[in-house]
Write a protein that binds this ligand. Structure first.
Ligand SMILES: NC(=O)c1ccc[n+]([C@@H]2O[C@H](COP(=O)([O-])OP(=O)(O)OC[C@H]3O[C@@H](n4cnc5c(N)ncnc54)[C@H](O)[C@@H]3O)[C@@H](O)[C@H]2O)c1
Length: 246
């Protein structure tokens, strides 16, 4: 298939490598100095666009693909507040979009593990915390993956109803709230921990990405799957179909 990359940074380069290894043509590469446009997509038509840019670019890029009728895979994080707007743009244009805060297959299984663990621990008196660590160039916090993990904990652990991602001096964390802490340092690819704390013991579940390859592979497989579809899809909800398991 023909793939257009939007964002040619760390992830864009990794996706190019994986796409070529899977015998796809990377027909166009867009970045800040050569932005995605309806004219450019018309000149070099693609079967799908893969977007790994920055949060404030997502709505504009979705507007462009809506005009050209091209499906889009969105890996960029930090645009959650615009989700309803993006979903409406995709529906109005009659195109397809697959998005994920984390395209790693392991992380998407980790979401399910955390939900089950939270359900199991709900009857005991456990507090919970989430930490996420990434390289120092990451621009958004907390990570989209940490927010997704907090949704899984909220769904499973009855004692928690709210999420807090930044602490104020002199303010304690309320008992019904999950605190997410972010670490930014060096070149950490992405590490997420969900910790459960009781008076007697502690349980920690950690997912550690070893490289960006897993994210890139998930995004390319989503692009292969999305061609010919219409709708707004979350990667994890369609994981088994995307992986060919139906
Ligand atoms: N969903 C996932 O699995 C996953 C995995 C890793 C990273 N990410 C996210 O993907 C995004 C990119 O990550 P990265 O590590 O490649 O970052 P990066 O900074 O290395 O690359 C981003 C690239 O996008 C370009 N860019 C910025 N604005 C643009 C615009 N308007 N149009 C076109 N290009 C533009 C930048 O010039 C840069 O080359 C981030 O939001 C990151 O959090 C998601």
């Amino acid at each position: 298939m023909k793939i257009a990359l939007c964002g040619y940074g760390k992830m864009g380069h990794e996706i190019e490598t994986i796409a070529r290894a899977r015998n796809h043509d990377v027909v166009a590469v867009f970045d800040i100095d050569k932005p995605l446009s309806p004219e450019a997509l018309k000149a070099t038509p693609a079967d799908a666009v893969i977007d790994f840019t920055q949060p404030d670019a997502v709505v504009t890029n979705v507007r462009v693909v809506s005009k050209s009728g091209t499906p889009i895979v969105i890996g960029t994080t930090g645009w959650e507040k615009e989700r309803d707007k993006v979903s409406k743009m995709i529906a109005d244009a009659g195109i397809a979009c697959v998005y994920a805060s984390n395209f790693s297959i392991g992380v998407n299984l980790f979401f399910k593990i955390v939900k089950e663990a939270s359900k199991l621990l709900s009857s005991a008196d456990y507090d919970v915390y989430i930490t996420e660590a990434h390289h120092r160039m990451k621009k958004d916090f907390p990570s989209g993956t940490a927010l997704r993990l907090s949704e899984e904990v909220l769904a499973g652990l009855k004692s928690k109803t709210k999420v807090l991602s930044s602490l104020k001096q002199g303010e304690a964390v309320p008992k019904d709230t999950i605190a997410i802490s972010s670490i930014r340092s060096g070149s950490i690819t992405g590490t997420h921990t969900v910790g459960f704390e009781s008076e007697e013991d502690a349980i920690e579940l950690t997912h550690m990405a070893k490289s960006r390859r897993g994210f890139a592979l998930g995004a390319v497989r989503a692009a292969e799957w999305v061609v010919g579809k219409k709708g707004f899809y979350r990667f994890e909800d369609n994981l088994s179909e995307i992986l060919g398991g139906k």
